[in-house]
Each structure stands twice: as structure tokens, then as C-alpha cells.
Write a protein that binds this ligand. Structure first.
Ligand code: NAD
Ligand code: IPM
Ligand code: MN
Length: 363
């Protein structure tokens, strides 16, 4: 049961925590500790969904797991899924893509922010130059895994992987992008003003055509917002050449996946990037952009800041402001002081970097 709002006491937010595999199990405890240090009124419930459990008893998501998350929790904080022992990656598909698809978390919001000039591999780029967001369609595209294999293992083998694009799915993420642009400011307080749709409609004419038409229709309803377009290949080049030109980017599931790893590179690497998987009004899920990073797992070297920033995004989504503000400022301070892991120039371990942020939050 949701608690009633009462002016004297903030309602406790119920958070489901799913650390998952690999470094997910190291960075998520740091995110949890920082939320606790922020004083946010939350209650955590941890779930062991992931490779260990799958290898133990063959289960990925318990029966009614997604309905339970939607019913009993205000938000979900997730680490990462992927384990070399599970060659098929079936557990990641069922848990991570399961959450995105079955809970219809259609907007994958991936902010791209440079916290310190020293983190960006590009020359002469300052924090104000990298402040955009990628809104990735999160429930369809090639990720639906529609298609199949015919005459498997023969010289005549055929494999198809369908790119599913529905009018509803394309329209809602494009509309989300215009609404996001209208309602969000840049970090310097200036208004957002441009939505850029990224596709490959010069080659993928059917799906691209639908995206083009839906984008044109939505942009006509928002004359105050500049509508732009780039092919995904050109966009990759432009992102590296001049990230200043981007504001709000909207794209399909696969292109959004690829360009956000590239964009993470602008922020200092995958350890710095956060994301939300959102369906407005429903229980939504927050996670770092990175994966389970098996080669560095269990060594206390993974950067926890992406996970911590995802936790701040989650709290903001839940309507809190003071706590996420404090957490983001604490991460910024830790980056500046180099109280961080090695990937971004510090010499701390995962736990120690998390502890440093928690201390900054309490200052
Ligand atoms: P990855 O993101 O795990 O790692 C890519 C590179 O970034 C590696 O060099 C890794 O060491 C580095 N890296 C990632 N996170 C880091 C962090 N927090 N701190 C420091 N360095 C970090 O991607 P991958 O290697 O392609 O995939 C590994 C596994 O993770 C695969 O099973 C993949 O399917 C899975 N994966 C899961 C998710 C998810 O659950 N959301 C996302 C991406 C990949
Ligand atoms: C991500 C990941 C996933 C994706 C994988 C693990 C299926 O790369 O969250 O970015 O492609 O969406
Ligand atoms: Mn990815």
C-alpha cells in the first residue's frame, strides 16, 4: 500500500534493488550507501535475480516478478547483467529486457554530461560543451528478437532479425523527446531548444520512413523547438567532432544503445554514465549504462559513479530534489578532488570512492 502524503513526514519511497552480475554487485551497494547518506526517506528490498541464481536453480524472473515490482515498489535500482558462465545470456534477456518490455518502460533516458574537462578525451572541451540527452526507444526495434533461423548449420542457412517499429512506439518516444525538451533545462539554467532525430532512413526506408513521418508531425506541434535530423553514421562523427551541437537526441533502440556508449566516452568512460528506463506514471527502473564488466569484476576497481548518478536520477524521478542535488554535487566534488577510481584518474577502490561520495553528501 502506498503511504498517504502528509506534510510533516515525507512518504517513504520503496525501492527494489537488483544488483545483478559482475561489477553490478559492487557498484550498487555504493549507490545504496550514498542514497542512505543523503537522508532520503527510502526503504530498500534486494532481489538476487542474476546469473548466480540462474545457475543455481534455473530461474531468472520469478512468476509474476514484474507485476510484483510494479505493484509493490516506487522505483527499481539495477546494476548489470551478463556472466561468461551463461553463454546464451538468457538471464540478462529475461531480466533486463524483460523489465524494459514487460513493464513497458519505453523511454530510455541517457543524459550525457561532462563533469570535469579533464575527463573528456576531446581537446578544448569544457563541461558546458557536453550537456545533452539521448532518448532511446526501449521496447521495440531489433530488440524484440523477432525472426528466426532456417536451415541452421547448412550452407543455405538463413537468419532474420526483424526491426519492429510500431506507429504507437515511434510516436510516443518522439513525443516524449519534445516534452522533455520543453520541460528540462541545461545544467547552466538555459532552456533546451532542439530535438534531433537520428535514424538510418537512407538505407532502412520502411522503418526510417515511419520515424521521419512521425517526427515531422510531432515537430509541427512544437514550432518553438528546433527540429533536426542526422543519419546515425554522421551523428557518430559529429559527436566526436563537436558535441556542443547536441541538445535532445531521439532514436531507436539499437542506435540509442550504440551512440550512448560513444557518448559515455565523452563523459570519461562507461563508469560515468547513468540512465533511466521510464514509463511516465509507472514504476520505472534506473541503472548505470555500463555492463557487468567481467574482467574487472570482484577486484574493487569498478567506478561506482555511474550507478550513484543513476540513483540520483531515480530520486529526482520520485519527486525529491534536495537529496539528488546533494548527491550530484558530491559526485562532482569527488571527481574534482580525484577521490575516484583509476579509470577517471583517481587511485581509490570502488568502496572507497563510494565512501568518499557518501562523506561529501553529509558535508
Ligand atoms: P561493459 O560495459 O561491461 O564493459 C565495457 C568496458 O568498459 C570494459 O573495458 C570495462 O572494464 C569498462 N567498464 C564498464 N563499466 C565500468 C566501470 N563502472 N568502471 C570502470 N570501467 C568500466 O560492456 P561489455 O564488456 O561489452 O559487456 C560485458 C557484459 O555486460 C556482457 O555480458 C554484456 O552483455 C553485459 N552488458 C550488460 C548491460 C546491462 O546490464 N545494462 C549493459 C552493457 C553490457
Ligand atoms: C544496455 C546494454 C543492453 C542493451 C544489453 C545488455 C542487452 O547494452 O543497457 O545498454 O543493449 O540495451
Ligand atoms: Mn549498451
Amino acid at each position: 500500500m502506498k503511504q498517504k502524503n502528509d506534510a510533516s513526514k515525507p512518504a517513504t519511497k520503496r525501492i527494489a534493488v537488483i544488483p545483478g552480475d559482475g561489477i553490478g554487485k559492487e557498484v550498487i551497494p555504493q549507490a545504496v550507501r550514498v542514497i542512505q547518506a543523503s537522508g532520503a526517506t527510502v526503504e530498500f528490498t534486494e532481489f538476487d535475480w542474476g546469473a548466480d541464481r540462474y545457475l543455481r536453480d534455473g530461474t531468472t524472473v520469478p512468476p509474476d516478478g514484474f507485476a510484483m515490482l510494479a505493484r509493490d515498489f516506487d522505483a527499481i535500482l539495477v546494476g548489470a547483467f551478463g556472466d561468461p558462465r551463461v553463454k546464451t545470456n538468457i538471464h540478462a534477456k529475461e531480466i533486463l529486457l524483460g523489465m524494459r518490455f514487460q513493464m513497458d518502460l519505453y523511454a530510455n533516458v541517457r543524459p550525457v554530461r561532462l563533469l570535469d574537462a579533464g575527463l573528456c578525451p576531446l581537446k578544448n572541451v569544457e563541461p558546458k560543451d557536453v550537456d545533452f540527452v539521448v532518448l532511446r526507444e526501449n521496447t521495440e526495434g531489433v530488440y524484440t528478437d523477432a525472426g528466426g533461423v532456417f536451415k541452421r548449420g547448412t550452407p543455405d542457412e538463413i537468419a532474420t532479425q526483424e526491426d519492429i517499429n510500431t506507429r504507437k512506439g515511434v510516436e510516443r518516444i518522439i513525443r516524449y523527446a519534445f516534452e522533455y525538451c520543453r520541460s528540462h533545462e541545461k545544467l547552466d539554467g538555459s532552456p533546451r531548444s532542439q530535438v534531433l532525430m537520428c535514424d538510418k532512413s537512407n538505407a532502412m526506408t520502411h522503418a526510417g520512413g515511419l520515424w521521419q513521418r512521425a517526427f515531422k508531425e510531432a515537430s509541427a506541434e512544437h514550432p518553438e523547438i528546433t527540429a533536426q535530423h542526422m543519419y546515425v553514421d554522421a551523428l557518430c562523427m559529429q559527436m566526436v567532432r563537436d558535441p556542443r551541437q547536441f541538445d535532445v537526441i531521439v532514436t531507436n533502440n539499437m542506435f540509442g544503445d550504440i551512440i550512448t556508449d560513444l557518448a559515455a566516452g565523452l563523459q570519461g568512460g562507461l563508469g560515468m554514465a547513468a540512465s533511466g528506463n521510464i514509463h511516465p506514471g509507472r514504476t520505472s527502473m534506473f541503472e548505470p549504462v555500463h555492463g557487468s564488466a567481467p574482467p574487472i569484476a570482484g577486484k574493487n576497481i569498478a567506478n561506482p559513479f555511474g550507478a550513484i548518478l543513476a540513483a540520483a536520477m531515480m530520486l529526482r524521478h520520485l519527486g525529491l530534489t534536495r537529496e539528488p542535488d546533494k548527491i550530484e554535487a558530491a559526485v562532482l566534488e569527488a571527481v574534482r578532488q580525484k577521490k575516484s577510481t583509476q579509470d577517471i584518474g583517481g587511485n581509490l577502490g570502488t568502496r572507497e570512492a563510494g565512501e568518499g561520495v557518501a562523506e561529501n553528501v553529509c558535508l
